[in-house]
Design a protein around this ligand. Structure first.
Ligand code: 13P
Ligand code: SF4
Length: 362
């Protein structure tokens, strides 16, 4: 029988650290630990491989390890299960590590939107459904089935180009901000986009408005990235006129417009790394990553500063703590798999189709 988690609650940080290292060494090549850039430091340092969502989905697909221990959030572990071989096992050390944005769209609401849209046009002829990778597997399957595709924050522009080459409109879910910014960057006017309010009939729009729109943006957002405001950028610029601002595209449109650079977590890291010594950066993304960058680049004389005066962390990702990681690894050593993430094959097949279109395009 698997070891219960209860006994790990009281294990202190130091003991946890030692037990993780020991279990990791004993498991060797059998297990690979993947860590997203937003992961808390005491877990992140145990990751064999780290990256943004796109990079991690590629790394999971390339890995030969029997166990993929995903220190990220639920949808990432699902992607790992979908892209790896059937005999590989994807594990999320704490099942409550979800993504609140991903939860803002679900299959029944998206299917309802599709039905409602079919009273205006033939959605399968006129609309490419695009789901941000931050979404449940059944939504990726929906996109696979309806000629659609998955995107991440690092390839959304290319994915939109592909999507518009197939059909005249895009239904983009669940993040309206990534959709709006990426559409705007490819020349689509804000007046050609409408926000689809999934709690209202027809998304809250008239038939005419739907016919005119090029992009239908799902009413969803990341609460972490909504904490950043233009006023934070303005006060930084007043104090440090020579400073640079970089934001994640999950931030609101005005924050993106006021930033010098906008891009995925991987892009943020590369841009700061490539900047000249002495550069001062204001960064609009999750706190764990910004703190890590501040420490990493301080020796090069670069100052990296968090955009919001209040803390905003991805609290769900942070649920994967050292205790859960130790519990997961020690169970594996005892031959017990805990918190396996499995996507049913009928769903996985269609989701894989939407993901493989993305991997081909990007
Ligand atoms: P990245 O694709 O940049 O890793 O972002 C994922 C995410 O959840 C950002 O909030
Ligand atoms: Fe989801 Fe936001 Fe956390 Fe990213 S930062 S995983 S979008 S809740």
């Amino acid at each position: 029988m698997a070891i219960a988690f209860e006994t790990y609650r009281q294990v202190d940080e130091e003991a946890c650290e030692a037990r993780i290292l020991e279990a990791k060494a004993a498991l060797g090549q059998k297990a690979v630990i993947l860590g997203h850039h937003y992961q808390r430091e005491d877990v992140y340092r145990h990751a064999d491989l780290s990256g943004d969502s796109l990079k991690l989905s590629r790394l999971a697909a390339q890995s030969d390890a029997e166990y993929i221990v995903f220190c990220g959030v639920h949808f990432m572990a699902e992607v790992a299960d979908i892209l790896t071989k059937p005999e590989q096992i994807s594990i999320l050390p704490d099942l409550s590590a979800g993504c609140s944005m991903a939860d803002m769209a679900n299959l029944s609401k998206v299917e309802r939107a599709w039905r409602e849209l079919s009273s205006v046009l033939d959605p399968d002829e006129a609309i490419t459904p695009v789901t941000y990778i931050n979404s449940a597997a059944d939504l990726k399957a929906f996109c696979g089935e309806h000629g659609g595709i998955v995107c991440t924050s690092s390839n959304a522009g290319k994915i939109l180009e592909w999507s518009f080459s197939k059909r005249e409109k895009v239904l983009f879910f669940p993040d309206q901000h990534l959709g709006r910014w990426s559409g705007y960057r490819m020349g689509i006017g804000l007046d050609e986009m409408l926000v689809w309010d999934h709690d209202l009939p027809m998304g809250g729009h008239s038939v005419d408005a739907i016919r005119r729109a090029k992009m239908l943006l799902w009413k969803g957002h990341c609460s972490v990235h909504q904490m950043f405001q233009v006023r934070h950028i303005e006060s930084f610029r007043q104090k440090y006129p020579e400073g640079k601002v970089i934001s994640h595209p999950e931030c609101n449109f005005d924050v993106c417009m006021h930033s010098d650079e906008v891009g995925s977590t991987e892009y943020i890291i590369k841009t700061i790394a490539a900047s000249p010594e002495g550069t001062r950066w204001l960064v609009g993304t999750e706190l764990n990553l910004v703190d890590r960058l501040a420490g990493q680049f301080a020796p090069q004389g670069k100052t990296v500063q968090f955009m919001s005066p209040t803390f905003c962390m991805c609290s769900t990702m942070a649920r994967i703590d050292p205790q859960h990681l130790a519990w997961t690894l020690e169970n594996l050593l005892e031959g017990h798999v805990v918190n396996r993430i499995t996507v049913p094959e009928n769903e996985a097949k269609l989701a894989r189709l939407a993901l493989s279109r993305m991997l081909e395009v990007s």
